[in-house]
Every structure is written in C-alpha cells, then in structure tokens.
Design a protein around this ligand. Sequence first.
Ligand SMILES: NC(=O)c1ccc[n+]([C@@H]2O[C@H](COP(=O)([O-])OP(=O)(O)OC[C@H]3O[C@@H](n4cnc5c(N)ncnc54)[C@H](O)[C@@H]3O)[C@@H](O)[C@H]2O)c1
Length: 317
Amino acid sequence: MNKTSLKGKIVIVGAGNVGSTIAYTILMNNLVSEIVIIDVNKEKAKGEALDMNHGLAYFKQISVRSGEYDECADADIIIITAGIARKPGQTRIELAKINISIAKDITKNIMAYAKNPIILVVSNPVDILTYIIQKESGLPASRVIGSGTTLDTARLRYLLSAHCDIDVRNVHAYVIGEHGDSEVAVWSRANIAGKPFDEFCDDCPKKCHAVNRQQILEDTITSGAEIIRLKGATYYGIGMAATRIVAAIINDEKAVLTVSSVLGGEYNVSDVALSLPCVVDSEGIERYINIRMSDKEIHDFQQSSEKIKQAIEEINA
Ligand SMILES: NC(=O)c1ccc[n+]([C@@H]2O[C@H](COP(=O)([O-])OP(=O)(O)OC[C@H]3O[C@@H](n4cnc5c(N)ncnc54)[C@H](O)[C@@H]3O)[C@@H](O)[C@H]2O)c1
C-alpha cells in the first residue's frame, strides 16, 4: 500500500452536512493521515466514509473510516458537529436543552478514552456548548475550542471585500463575542493595507465615501439564515472555517483566529465562552490577542457575554 507520509488523526462526531463536509475539506487539504467519523446513525457515518474512500484513487492513501469512541484514544483533535435541528414550534431554549444533553453524552464518551484531547466544538449553540463541554470534560479552557465567530469573521471580510473590490485576504477585520445576534464587529481596528476604513474610503475610486457598517454587520449576522432559506443548510463555509482551525493546530501555526473559549477575565468577562482573536497552535489556544477596542465595542462585547450567561441561566432553570 502506498502509505502517506502525513501524520495526525481527527475524529469527527456527527456525520451530517457539517461533519461530512469538514471531513471532506480536511481530506482535500491533506492535513492528516486518519479521519474517523462517528454518528448515532452508523449507516450514515459508514456511507460518508465509503463515499470519500471511492475518490482516494485520484488523491492519496488516507484512512477515512467510520468508528466508535475508542478511536478518540489517540486522536489529535475531536470535532463535535452532532446535533438536532430546530423543529417547527420549538423554542431556542428547548433546542439548546436537547443539544446540551447530546453534547454532555458525547463528552463523557470521548473522555472515557481520550487522555488530553483538543476538542473543537462546531454544533450550535456553539458558545453555550463550548462552555458546557469544557466544564463536563475537565479539560483546560485552552483545549476546548468553539468555532465561534471564525465563520462570521470570514463572512464580514467577504462582504467588505465585495463592497470595496479588494482581495478578501487583504481585508482585515474581526467579529468577536457570540456566534449569533449579539456579535460585535471591531470596526475601530478594521483595515485594508493598514489603512483604517475611514482613511481607505477617502481616496477609494468607488467614491461611496463610507462603508455602511450597520448594514454590513446585519448582513454578516443574517447570512447563515439566508443560506438556509436558499438551500436548506450551511456547510461549506463552516467546513472551511473548521479546517482552518484544524490546520492551525496540526501545523502548530500560531495563527490568529476568532475562536470561542471559556474566558478568564478578558475585557472583564469570565466564566462564559465567547470569541476573541486567539493565537492557535498545537496546544490549542496559546493566548489571547488583547486588541485595543473602542469603549462601545468593549461595552457591546460585555453585553454579548451577559446574553449568553442569561441563556445558560434560562436553560438551567
Ligand atoms: N458553528 C457554526 O458556525 C455552524 C455552522 C453551521 C452549522 N452548525 C451546527 O452544526 C450542527 C450540525 O449541523 P448539520 O447541518 O450537520 O446537521 P445534520 O442534521 O445534517 O447532522 C447532525 C448529525 O448529528 C448526528 N447525531 C445526533 N445525535 C448524535 C449523537 N448523540 N451522537 C452522534 N451523532 C449524533 C445525527 O445523526 C446527524 O447525522 C448543528 O448544531 C448546526 O447548527 C454550526
């Protein structure tokens, strides 16, 4: 057998749209030598793995298989994408309660085998689940990472790139806080080629004079719902965002990514999981980049934390 020289093993829990897309994106990016997919629906996990195996003849020899929780014992990263979609008439809190109980079960199963894993949480509500899974697993906060606002940051940068007609990779802007309605765009630090947006707009040939920040943030927040309206689910964007986080960990990159984690006093916020720009390497979150923000941005970030704390209280009530 033509063995790959790659190392590394990823376990993905949940073989739905998101889990299987993450598996495929990690595979196509050549990041690891083993990908294992676990799902309560064993046939689905088996089918997804088999489908990917049927393309390996045109790619390379990577092991993609379905499996059980014992596969977590030597996994570098375990990605949680399992969940139940919202049913008509069901409230967000009711859905959160169900997904929390699923997440707790999955965490117990993982920790029965894994010694000191890095867990990447993607299932929603991602900030609440990151918090619950960190507490349930007893792992350090640096090793339980929520995909958080990595997707929202990419969406904001895409929208700014399209508006300003500049390569998205040269548009620098962060979304922090909740992955959801209370998220915060850090406009005070957003820039193109080091130029803050006010300055950039002054001599931009488009002459629209100012980016409509409120509209762009609103479009960022609602773009997930818009994709669901158009095609029923979102999975490519999150597949690419999760793969970016996996690459940062597997390659020990020290990449700055807006992932979610249980905070310990950053901007006076603690004991809640929220996204901030973090340095991500092979140990998980190495540190936070405490960027200087405006008073309003700090206030909005703190409000976002209050919203999540209140939701956790409601769920526990
Ligand atoms: N964080 C983000 O930015 C982001 C983006 C998109 C989707 N999501 C979330 O990802 C999650 C998955 O979305 P999807 O579209 O893949 O859903 P899906 O319904 O297609 O797949 C969910 C899978 O989870 C499995 N599952 C359910 N309970 C399980 C358990 N106890 N153990 C193992 N597997 C279990 C189901 O069998 C199913 O295959 C949802 O919570 C969704 O909201 C997050």
